[in-house]
Design a protein around this ligand. Sequence first.
Ligand code: PLP
Length: 388
Amino acid sequence: MSETPKSALHPASLLAHGGGGVDPATGAVVPPIQPATTFARNANYRLVSDTHLYARDDNDLVRQIESLIADLEGAADARLFASGMAAIAATVRTVKPGGTILAQSGIYWGTTSWLRKHCDHAGIALIEADAADTARFCETLAESGPSLVLLEAPSNPWLTVADIAPICEAAHAAGATVAVDATAATPLLMRPLSLGADLVIHSATKALNGHSDVLAGVVSCREADSSAWTFIRTERHDAGAILSSFDAYLLLRGLRTLALRMERMCANAQTIAEALAAHPAVDSVLYPGLPEHPSHERAKAQMHGGYGFLMSVLVTGDGANALAVAGRLALIKRATSLGGVESLVEHRHTIEGDATGVPENMLRLSIGIEAADDLLADLTEALGPDRR
Ligand code: PLP
């Protein structure tokens, strides 16, 4: 990087430069894609470069992104994975057979679903508990003695924001590691490591990349010499869930505009949440930026610069009515995923069924960077004046 020390720069400036500087050899302001899977040795059988042996762990673009994300998180180290689920799986596999995991309930269904299968397969006790009630969650923690506590903040699709600091205190007293999936916040809005978490996870598929064209995940740690981090680092190296060089290039390109995208997405989401909360065809809006949301005060204390791009809307009427509303949307696309520049809607009950208690009249919205007026016009048209 140039003369300015990285630590003196705001996250937006670090991001705009992709966490790197000008290539001293060529002056290139964008790093090259590095497709090589293997790196040569000289005639004395010494590696030409000590830090380049094999691409599973030795890709410069991947390293640049890991260093950028570690800076954003205030982390000691970070590792990219081939998807958010691969990052979560590496974290969960720190728990040995016979151990216990305490996971927040009502989180991303893919995580819950995989956790249930994995724990059953591996002989790990899985306890799912609501993290909205901090005292009860900490009681469960003390009683069950887990080795890993897994939180998701804000949670998908309920937008619950767990009180990370006291949960970490209780977890550490019980000898547990705390991992927080902060995908819906990004490191720009929330830094769980500064609240005491040991590990922070993101599906980089979502807002970090932001263009719905890369699958990626990342785990960052507070202490690089912890046993959990040693396991995760080794797991990434040995088990091979690595990002391809081309995907790393796209992810870095996406990251460069993260601050700008988040500003717009958060502002759009706040405007839309407020407007929908007052709409007669809406029962309630779950968005931590609304004062009436049960997690609002906690979100205000833990999140900075906005409340994110994700919200769930409970429309009046039944599941058929919710599906009809989704069906009438024109600008907002009906698709899974979140955090992209384009707004998406999803009827989660179609995916989860009755496995998690997601109500049939819930529509989850991921708000993008379109003009708020266009998004509101689309939603208002779909909801109708009062279509009950
Ligand atoms: N964490 C959260 C909060 C998610 O919403 C998702 C996917 O929707 C994931 C993790 C999984 O990420 P990926 O799809 O990149 O595997």
